[in-house]
Each structure stands twice: as structure tokens, then as C-alpha cells.
Design a protein around this ligand. Structure first.
Ligand code: ADP
Ligand code: MG
Length: 694
């Protein structure tokens, strides 16, 4: 066995390990429970817990934790030792079934958006046996959902799991119409994670990076990404060593890290794993992000996962490749026969309908203060949602709309001169990189999520809205005397109605927002603009109907998102003020006095020496000092004004319309000085320095 195959999954209590360590009967029962997503019996849990503990101790673990994802989106853990002191002074190591299936973290310090006040809800964590337990830093980590005692979800995972159930049931209903019976239907996700690496010593000098994850100041580097040399370029040796260690650690955790490369911006990179079932994929992504941050320090580097660490060059996204599979068969695979093609077209149409009907909700699902810097700038998809199908598939859709789909689904392919759907769609290399939601052969790629986001919300929305349109289809054709005919008629009606969401052109062009507006598509530019989509009656009705979120849960999440936005901008504004006062103004003042001294000493030598250049510089520096001071005062005022607004939506709006522009003004005043102040006097590392290290 090679080293890689040997270490792969060595820290995971996966199916293979379970089979090895559990009595046959327990293994069978556990597999069954996992497959059918049933609650776990305490008897089985006791046996599993014991086996898990023995296995973990054998791997050097001393503690266990329920690993969960509160509404902050990051992961949380509290470590408990296995030890159980005995009366004779010794200890036993124990881990019970109850401890495995349920934990009780003190929930009071996690955001709940008012849920706890309403329901007096203490929280508990419950094992998600569909995501394997693993060992991290000597701690046995049990992936869990976090729920209040009255049943409200307090985390990102619970609604995601509920949405997976919803889409699974809807898809089963649709497949039944095609005469198929599936046991396990699950959505799949392959997240492409982008990130930046900078040197630790540079990072340590920048309070903005430390506190906010992005640079709040900094002139664009003299060289940006215009030479297009970084994308897929040779990887720096330091970065290579980091990536190799990262791969090895991920593989040990059974995370199938597959592709790594340099990205478009200098110092930017990407890692893409092989796709997994959605909840496991998201757990894996969160672990990947954590390991990236941790392991970077072994190489003198810091991993930046903010959506826009540097102005003027690309930000980082996390493309969410998404599909749905029935017992391992991809339902967005065009299939080989006309009848399979019809089934494919039903699922494709369901996605098109869902994305059009709930475009606002989908946009909302990726909204954050950080991602606002990305969406709409000329690098990431715009804030307008549209779908790219590619020329060939779009031709099929048009043929259906124009009633060229006469007799059977196969005929349309004949009419287009192509016998079977898949061959030309699968080889579709004509990728549109500007589209926010692109069909890429046998999956959709949702490109709006930012690099820092927990993908649960986006997938919860995606799963639920597609569950809804699959259900709509089932309701429309169930009981029809001629299923194929009814299906073709349904496809025609629905595709005609939702054709407006399909756009194969350049999403970055200035014409697109105008055209999108004509089509009636939403263009929600900022987080405060789109969060209300979450609590819109149609959204609440959708989530309640599919039992994904209750009204109280929607409202609480909406509150948390608004608050989170305002808090993030508030921290940035405070950091801006602090850096201006404590770092930039003193530096510029110091440099200006050096220039003033130089002028004075020259004049002392001879009044006739021409000091006009120095005087010009001194004037600019003095002006800069005054402009910065004035801009900081404005920022302080707008911050006070925003902070005084009580209503959370208005509060977020105040941060957007008052605080952010005031921060921008401070930044541009400081950035103007950066290019005239002597290098040795500038108090923080520049973009030139940070992005082009060796
Ligand atoms: P790109 O050209 O955008 O880099 P790739 O073909 O490299 O796309 O795939 C990107 C990601 O899509 C990978 O993580 C891959 O595992 C994932 N992917 C492939 N098939 C599926 C699927 N059926 N469901 C979800 N993700 C998938
Ligand atoms: Mg991609």
C-alpha cells in the first residue's frame, strides 16, 4: 500500500472502521439507522460509543467533543476528558451511548436571534451519524446538530438536514412517476475553496487583517493580476510545502482533497475536494478551512479566508457544485436513452423554476458584509441571479418552448440532429465563468458563495426550493392518463414561464443589469437589501411547508444575520479609526517633520537653494493629515449615529449608507499618502510587499 492509501481516513471512524470494530449485529443496525436517518437506539449507541472510545484511545485521543455549527457559521467544540475518577484514586476511561448521542453545551453565549428569550431554550447537541466522527488534536469529534429543548434549530446543520429530507421525499415522488424506487436520495456538494496566503510577519503588522480579516487600507500594488501569470502558475516552494502538509492532514481525516492550484490574484490559491453528500461535504469544508488556518502557521504563513482581503485584485469565492443522486446515480446526468433524457429534463426544469421563483432567497443565502465586496465587482458574478445552460442545452430548452418536442423526448434530439442528449452536453467545454449559476455537464455550479461562508444556508435554500418545484411537478402530472404527454406539456409551460432566468451572455457587461431589469430579475446589491427576502411571506410559507424552518426560526436567523452584518461593519469602522490615529497619522506627521527639517536645514545653508519640490511635498502631507483627521471625525460621527439606531434593519442600513462611505473616505485619504510617504516611514506592509513575497 502506498503512504497515501495507508494514511487516508486513518483518523475517521468511517464505515470501514465501524465494520471492523463493531459486533456484526450492531454494525447492521447502525448502518440501517444511518441509511434511513432514524434516531439511534440507546442500546446501539452504548455499543458504538464503547467501540469508538477504544478506537480513539488507540489513536492517542484523551478527550471527546460534540462538534457543531452555531449560527455564527463557524464550528464550536468543548473538550471533555474520557476520565472517570475512581474511589481508589485511579481513573477509568469511559464514554457512554448517552454521551455519544447527546451533549449539553451551555448555549447561552451563542447567537439565537431571540429564540432563547421566546422559548427559554436550553440547547443540546445531537449526533449526526451520517457524518463520521473523527480525531482532531487528540480529541474525538462527534459531528452534531444543535437544537433547543423545545425543538428549535440553533445551528446551521439542523435545517440543512431537514432540507435534505425534503428534497429526498420530493425526488422520490418524481422518480416513482418514472417507475423507479430509490432508497437513498441525497444532494451532493463539491466546494472549491479559494484563499490567500500572506507571511506571518506582515500579518502581525496589520491590525486590520488581524481584527477584520481584510485590509482596510492599502494602495493597489504596482503590478496586479494583469499579466495573468499567477493562475495555474508554478506554486511557490513555501506554499507547496503548506499544501502538501494540508493534503496529508485532510486525507487522514478522510477528506478527499483533490485539486490545488494558484488562483488569478497574486498570493491566491484554491483547493477543490471530490464531492460528498451535502452535510458531510460542508463538515469537511469547515474542517478544511480550520486546517488551512492552523497549518499555515507551520510555514510562517497566515491563511486569509475573507471574501475580499485586498482591494483592486480578485476576492475569494467558494463555488458550490451541486447535484442530486439517487442510490449513487446522478439525477442531473443527462442519461443515455430518450426516456432518461426526459427524466433529466424534469430535474433540470425543476432547478430552473426553483432558481427563478426564489432568486431573492438564493441571493440572501450568500449575503454577508464580506461578500458584498465581491458580488457585483468585475471578478465575481454580479448580484443578479441567472442561469447559464450552455448553447446546446439552451437549444433543447428553446425547442421545448417552441413545441418542437412533438412525440417523445427523443425526438427533440433527433430534430436537433443529435441522437442522444448526453454526448454533446457532457462534453460541453464552453464554460461561462461569469455566470452565478451554471450548468456544468452533470451538476450546477453556484458561484456566488464567498470563501468564508458556511455553505449550509445556500444548500438549505437550494434543496428546499428544488424540493418545492419537484413537488409542483409531481402534483401536476400525477394521475395523468398519458404521463409522457403530460410531462412534455408541463415542461413547455414551466420553461416558457421561467425562460427569463436563463442567460448565456457576459454577466459582467454593463448591458446585463439593464437587460435583467427589463426581464424583472432582482438585483439586490447589499446584505441589508436582500435579508428581507428571508422573512418574505413566500419564503416563510416555503420553509414551513417543507418543515425546514418554522416562522420563529426564520425570524431568529434573520435577526442574527442583520446583527452580524452591523457588528462586522462596526468592528471595521473602529479598526479604521484606531489605525488612522495610532499608525497612519503619527507616521505622516513624522515624515512631514522630516521634510520640514530638510527644508529648514537647506535654507539655513543658503536661502537661494530651491526647496520647491520639498515644499510641495510638505503641502501635500499637511493637507493629507488634515483630510484624514477630518474624515476620521466624520466616521466617528456616522458610527455614533448608526449605533443609536435601534431597529435592526435600519441599523444595518445605517451602517451601509453612512458608515461604509465614511470608512472609504478615510481609506482613500490614507491611501493617497501611502504613495508619497517614504517607505521606511510607512507603518504597515504595502500590497506590493505582502502579495509578492518569495
Ligand atoms: P471546475 O472546472 O469548476 O474547476 P471541476 O470539474 O474541477 O470544476 O469540479 C469542481 C467540483 O465539482 C469538484 O469538487 C467536484 O468533485 C465537484 N463535482 C463533480 N461532480 C459533482 C456532483 N455530481 N455533485 C456535486 N459536486 C460535483
Ligand atoms: Mg469552478
Amino acid at each position: 500500500m502506498s503512504q497515501t492509501t495507508e494514511l487516508y481516513g486513518e483518523l475517521v471512524f468511517n464505515d470501514h472502521v465501524m465494520q471492523e470494530h463493531l459486533p456484526r449485529a450492531t454494525y447492521k443496525l447502525l448502518s440501517q439507522t444511518i441509511k434511513e436517518s432514524k434516531p439511534l437506539d440507546i442500546e446501539i449507541a452504548n455499543v458504538v460509543a464503547h467501540a469508538m472510545k477504544e478506537w480513539a484511545i488507540g489513536k492517542g485521543a484523551t478527550h471527546y467533543t460534540h462538534w457543531f455549527q452555531p449560527l455564527t457559521g463557524i464550528t464550536s467544540e468543548k473538550h471533555d476528558a474520557f476520565i472517570e475518577p475512581q474511589s481508589n484514586g485511579s481513573v477509568l476511561l469511559s464514554f457512554s451511548g448517552k454521551e455519544l448521542i447527546q451533549g449539553e453545551p451551555d448555549a447561552s453565549s451563542f447567537p439565537s436571534g431571540g429564540l432563547r428569550a421566546t422559548f427559554e431554550a436550553r440547547g443540546y447537541t445531537a449526533w449526526d451519524p451520517t457524518s463520521y466522527a473523527f480525531i482532531k488534536d487528540g480529541v474525538l469529534c462527534i459531528p452534531t446538530a444543535f437544537i433547543s429543548y423545545t425543538g428549535e434549530a440553533l445551528d446551521k446543520k439542523t435545517p440543512l438536514l431537514r432540507s435534505m429530507t425534503a428534497i429526498s421525499e420530493a425526488a422520490k415522488r418524481v422518480l416513482a412517476l418514472f417507475g423507479k424506487e430509490a432508497t437513498q436520495i441525497a444532494t451532493t456538494v463539491g466546494p472549491e475553496q479559494e484563499y490567500f496566503l500572506v507571511k506571518e510577519e506582515d500579518y502581525a503588522e496589520r491590525l486590520d487583517l488581524i481584527l477584520t480579516g481584510r485590509t482596510l487600507f492599502g494602495q493597489a500594488p504596482c503590478k496586479g493580476q494583469e499579466l495573468e501569470e499567477h493562475y495555474f502558475g508554478a506554486i511557490r516552494p513555501t506554499v507547496n510545502r503548506f499544501m502538501a502538509e494540508l493534503d496529508a492532514e485532510l486525507w487522514k481525516l478522510g477528506i478527499p482533497a483533490k485539486t490545488k492550484h494558484n488562483e488569478v490574484a497574486p498570493a491566491q490559491h484554491e483547493l477543490a475536494p471530490v464531492f460528498l453528500t451535502t452535510n458531510a461535504a460542508i463538515d469537511a469544508n469547515l474542517l478544511t478551512m480550520e486546517l488551512m488556518r492552523k497549518l499555515a502557521s507551520h510555514h510562517g504563513l497566515v491563511c486569509l479566508q475573507h471574501e475580499k482581503p485586498f482591494e483592486g485584485i480578485n476576492g475569494s469565492g467558494k463555488h458550490n457544485n451541486w447535484s442530486i443522486a439517487a442510490d449513487g446515480t446522478n439525477l442531473l446526468d443527462p442519461g443515455k436513452t430518450p426516456f432518461e433524457s426526459l427524466q433529466f429534463l424534469v430535474f433540470l426544469t425543476a432547478v430552473i423554476k426553483a432558481v427563478d421563483e426564489y432568486q431573492g432567497l438564493l441571493r440572501m443565502s450568500v449575503a454577508s458584509a464580506g461578500n458584498d465586496h465581491r458580488l457585483g465587482a468585475n471578478e465575481a458574478p454580479p448580484a443578479i441571479i441567472s442561469i447559464f445552460l450552455g448553447d446546446e442545452l439552451e437549444a433543447v430548452v428553446r425547442a421545448i418552448i417552441n413545441s418542437e418536442l412533438h412525440e417523445s423526448a427523443g425526438d427533440v434530439m433527433m430534430n436537433l440532429g443529435v441522437p442522444v442528449l448526453p454526448t454533446f452536453i457532457k462534453d460541453n467545454t464552453d464554460r461561462n465563468r461569469t455566470s452565478p449559476f451554471a450548468f456544468t455537464g452533470n451538476k450546477f455550479e453556484f458561484r456566488m458563495p464567498g470563501s468564508e461562508v458556511n455553505l449550509s444556508d445556500a444548500n438549505m435554500v437550494l434543496n428546499t426550493i428544488v424540493a418545492k418545484s419537484l413537488t409542483d411537478f409531481a402534483e401536476a402530472v400525477e394521475g395523468a392518463s398519458d404521463f409522457e404527454k403530460a410531462t412534455r406539456a408541463y415542461l413547455k409551460t414551466v420553461l416558457t414561464e421561467h425562460e427569463r432566468i436563463i442567460f448565456n451572455g457576459d454577466n459582467y457587461s454593463d448591458q446585463w443589469p439593464i437587460e435583467a431589469d427589463r426581464r424583472g430579475l432582482l438585483n439586490l446589491k447589499s446584505t441589508p437589501d436582500c435579508l428581507s427576502q428571508f422573512i418574505a411571506p413566500a419564503s416563510v410559507e416555503l420553509f414551513e411547508r417543507f418543515k425546514v424552518l418554522s416562522l420563529a426560526e426564520v425570524e431568529s436567523r434573520y435577526e442574527v444575520k442583520l446583527e452580524h452584518y452591523s457588528k462586522k461593519v462596526n468592528i471595521e469602522a473602529l479598526t479604521t479609526i484606531r489605525m488612522a490615529h495610532a499608525r497612519f497619522l503619527p507616521a505622516i506627521i513624522e515624515y512631514s517633520s522630516v521634510v520640514a527639517d530638510a527644508i529648514a536645514s537647506k535654507k539655513a545653508v543658503s536661502e537661494t537653494l530651491d526647496t520647491s519640490a520639498e515644499e510641495d511635498l510638505l503641502t501635500k502631507l499637511t493637507k493629507g493629515i488634515n483630510t484624514i483627521s477630518a474624515a476620521v471625525a466624520v466616521l466617528e460621527n456616522s458610527l455614533a449615529e448608526a449605533a443609536a439606531v435601534e431597529d435592526s434593519l435600519q441599523n444595518a442600513r445605517a451602517y451601509l449608507s453612512k458608515v461604509i462611505p465614511a470608512m472609504d473616505a478615510v481609506r482613500s485619504a490614507v491611501d493617497e499618502q501611502e504613495v508619497i510617504v517614504g517607505h521606511d516611514y510607512w507603518p504597515v506592509p504595502s500590497y506590493n510587499h505582502m502579495l509578492f513575497y518569495t
